[in-house]
Design a protein around this ligand. Structure first.
Ligand code: FMN
Length: 232
């Protein structure tokens, strides 16, 4: 299984280690591609809206493209982010912002509707749910049909500080989690995804797009009629 890992931090702390534990149970080293943020995309969206008409005009397209290419080639994504003040890390959020035209409200990519994704977060005491939600929301609106998450309070500032019994629990959890993920061979779009897609198709039909490019994009794919990206 090909996996693309996107880490919302440069360092290899608890969150990274848990993500890597999972990836290593599902794939060989050469099947895993890793990106670290901000190391591999050290920018914030500047709100220029160039991407609405043409993604390649994003001022940070080159860095963004290498991550997106790896995502397209992967069967599964693993996102890792520590909980920072009850949300994902700022670098993770910056990456998600730069992907906003991939939302179903704009120009979702067909290949997203075939992917699996896992989001992993750790916190010292509380808040992994909020950090995870900050990532799963984008994944859902990109059209990813299989999204699972794992959050744990590690009571530590780094992996070395995580107690041995907690590490044993994490290892066991990841074994179970890997089995759960591997069982699903071909993820299918949920009723919720299909419903949101239908609403978005009507929005584009009504001409409420952010740009005529969006309507053309939907029209060319037949999505304003009966064609659907998950049917391909
Ligand atoms: C900027 C910052 C904000 C944090 N905010 C929270 C928080 O709101 N709640 C919490 O329980 N831990 C918080 N933490 C602690 C980390 O989430 C926790 O130590 C996590 O396991 C670190 O993961 P890492 O080892 O992958 O860096 C924060 C840490 C930092 C550096």
């Amino acid at each position: 299984m090909k996996i693309t890992m996107i880490h919302g931090q440069n360092h290899m702390g608890s969150t990274y280690h848990i993500g890597k534990l999972l990836a290593d149970k599902l794939a060989t080293e050469d099947e895993i591609t890793e990106f670290f943020l901000p190391r591999d995309l050290n920018h914030f969206c500047k709100g220029c809206y160039q991407c609405i008409d043409d993604d390649t005009k994003c001022p940070y397209y080159k860095e963004k493209r290498s991550i997106i290419d790896a995502m397209e080639k992967a069967d599964m994504f693993i996102f890792t982010t520590p909980n920072y003040c009850m949300g994902p890390s700022a670098s993770m959020k910056a990456f998600l912002d730069m992907m906003f035209t991939y939302w179903m409200a704009h120009c979702p990519r067909e290949w997203m509707f075939r992917k699996k994704a896992v989001v992993i977060s750790t916190a010292a005491g509380a808040g992994t749910k909020q950090a995870i939600k900050g990532v799963t929301r984008s994944l859902f609106y990109w059209g990813v049909p299989f999204i699972k998450s794992y959050g744990i309070n590690v009571q530590a500032m780094n992996w070395a500080g995580v107690k041995a019994d907690k590490k044993i629990k994490i290892e066991k959890d990841m074994n179970k989690f890997a089995q759960k993920v591997a069982r699903v061979k071909r993820p299918r779009a949920s009723i919720k995804t299909k419903f949101i897609f239908f609403i978005m198709a009507n929005i584009h039909k009504a001409g409420w797009d952010s740009s005529p490019v969006e309507r053309k994009y939907w029209e060319e794919r037949g999505w304003l009629n009966k064609e659907r990206p998950w049917k391909k």
